[in-house]
Structure formats: structure tokens, C-alpha cells
Design a binder for this molecule. Structure first.
Ligand SMILES: CC(C)(COP(=O)(O)OP(=O)(O)OC[C@H]1O[C@@H](n2cnc3c(N)ncnc32)[C@H](O)[C@@H]1OP(=O)(O)O)[C@@H](O)C(=O)NCCC(=O)NCCS
Length: 184
């Protein structure tokens, strides 16, 4: 094997090595500070805490990807019910949101693994549809969802409000596509 081929295969090996060690599990209370990603998502502290309370009540499922030695490297949250039945109605339709993986771990297949896992989980719980919204300025993510069987069904103005870590309500406007994946 020449040098460049060996380096390429070593890179593939080291990628699959870490990927094989990643464990997907539900969020525990002690994970909440880690979801803030060293300050990048501090403003969502109360949103994460509220999501955790909803999960404890059985209304949501919060998943994290944990890599031993590195901690939480990704997350994806599922609402089983919410105040918008076209997104999640508690019976047939669940809503995926807050899906993100730390930059060094992207493009290696972890997102695909997480999407498959949450899809199988909602189907096992009796849901037949998974919805999400993806920013119109995020064509890479939209393409990935399409590859996984999601189809655009509507436009979303993407206006929402949340209390930041200091309790100040923030307004967000992210024009988006609503996408749905259905059991075939
Ligand atoms: C979207 C995301 C979770 C995918 O995770 P991943 O582990 O990189 O996914 P995979 O390796 O299984 O698949 C890679 C796909 O993600 C896309 N992707 C890579 N980086 C991305 C980024 N920064 N933002 C959006 N999508 C991205 C790639 O284009 C690729 O799709 P392609 O093969 O059609 O080009 C991850 O890239 C991410 O955290 N992005 C930033 C946050 C985000 O955009 N979340 C989605 C909000 S709806």
C-alpha cells in the first residue's frame, strides 16, 4: 500500500473508531450544562430545562450522543405533543427539533445514525409521522433530510419566542420549510 492510500485508510479507520464508541441515550439532569456547548447555547438554558421537565412528564424525548472521554457531542429532541398539532399531536405525529452535532464530529455519519434511531423509536411508540422544520438558509440539512425520506409539505414563518438565561424574552425569525416523514 502506498503512503497516501495508507493515510486515507487510517483516516477512515479513526473516523469509524470514534463513531462506533458513540452511545445514544436520553438526557440526564447533569447533562443540561453540557448542552450549552461552552457558552454558544447559554441563552437556551431555560429552554433546555423546560424540555427536560417535559421529558420527565413523558411529553418529549431528549436524546444525546455521548462519546466516552469527550462527553456530549450531539443532541436531537422529540416532542410527542405540542400546541401545534400539525407538528406533534401526541398520537400519530411527533416533532423533531434542536438537532445538532459539534462541528468536529459532523459529516461522518453520526447525524444519519441519530435520525435512524429517533425514527425507529417514534415508530415503536406507535407514531406514523415525524415532522421537523429546517431553515430556508440551510440547504445542506434539507438535502440530508430528503435523503432520509422527509418531504417538504409547507412553509413556516419560523417566528418563535423563548426566555433566555436571564429571563428576557427573545424573538427569533427563521423562515423555514416544514418537512414530514411518514411510515411507508
Ligand atoms: C445537520 C447535522 C446534525 C448532520 O449531522 P452529520 O453527522 O454531519 O450528518 P451525516 O454525517 O450523517 O450526514 C452529513 C450530511 O449533513 C450535511 N451537513 C454537513 N454539515 C452541515 C451543517 N453545518 N449544517 C447542515 N447540514 C450539514 C451534509 O451536507 C451531509 O449531507 P450530504 O451528504 O447530502 O451533503 C450536522 O451537520 C449539524 O449539526 N449541523 C448544524 C446544525 C443544523 O444545521 N442542524 C439541523 C437543523 S434543522
Amino acid at each position: 500500500m502506498n503512503c497516501s492510500k495508507r493515510m486515507a485508510s487510517e483516516k477512515v479507520l479513526s473516523e469509524s473508531d470514534w463513531l462506533a464508541q458513540v452511545r445514544l441515550r436520553h438526557v440526564r439532569r447533569e447533562d443540561l450544562p453540557e448542552l450549552e456547548w461552552d457558552g454558544e447555547y447559554t441563552h437556551f438554558r431555560r429552554v433546555f430545562a423546560q424540555g427536560f421537565q417535559r421529558a420527565r412528564s413523558g411529553l418529549s424525548i431528549l436524546w444525546v450522543a455521548e462519546l466516552p472521554g469527550s462527553g456530549v457531542i450531539g443532541q436531537v429532541f422529540i416532542q410527542l405533543t405540542c400546541d401545534r398539532p400539525e407538528l406533534a399531536d401526541g398520537m400519530t405525529r411527533a416533532y423533531l427539533y434542536a438537532f445538532r452535532i459539534k462541528p468536529p464530529y459532523r459529516n461522518a455519519g453520526l447525524g444519519t445514525h441519530m435520525l435512524q434511531t429517533v425514527w425507529e423509536d417514534v415508530v415503536r411508540r406507535g407514531f406514523g409521522e415525524l415532522t421537523l422544520t429546517v431553515g430556508k438558509d440551510n440547504p445542506d440539512a434539507r438535502r440530508m433530510y430528503e435523503r432520509h425520506g422527509f418531504r417538504v409539505v409547507a412553509e413556516e414563518p419560523g417566528v418563535w419566542y423563548y426566555p433566555d438565561h436571564q429571563g428576557v424574552y427573545q424573538r427569533v425569525e427563521e423562515p423555514a420549510w416544514r418537512m414530514v416523514k411518514r411510515i411507508s
